[in-house]
Design a protein around this ligand. Structure first.
Ligand SMILES: [Zn+2]
Length: 117
């Protein structure tokens, strides 16, 4: 896989980007969280305060636990991390709110496989 060193579009940090993704206009940020913030910043009328207010309002309205990685639906990884779902991707988030890893939903083991018998 061919990589190129580039600066993150959001935070400016140098990271290794996959050339194939960059050519397709993907992978322009160092992390999923920067990509989410960049998306948010691209919206008209963006201010950090408004993003914060929207996040709080969403959480209050839906009664859900949500962050920039997705929505927590009561599932945890085998390590005990909360899994925030965004489409078909889950991000494991530790108790400090930091993403530990991102994984496709279908890569998870069946939740009952260990305790069924
Ligand atoms: Zn970044």
């Amino acid at each position: 896989m061919k990589h190129t060193r580039r600066n993150c579009d959001h935070c400016g940090k140098v990271y290794n980007a996959d050339m194939r993704n960059v050519k397709r206009g993907w992978g322009l940020c160092c992390s999923k969280s920067c990509a989410a913030k960049k998306r948010e910043a691209a919206k008209p009328g963006y201010t950090p305060e408004r993003v914060e207010a929207n996040n709080i309002r969403r959480a209050a309205w839906w009664g859900v636990d949500e962050n920039e990685y997705g929505v927590y639906r009561g599932r945890r990884s085998s390590e005990g991390y909360k899994l925030y779902q965004d489409g078909d991707m889950d991000t494991a988030v530790d108790e400090f709110g930091n993403a530990v890893y991102t994984i496709a939903n279908w890569e998870h083991e069946h939740p009952f496989s260990e305790d069924s018998f």
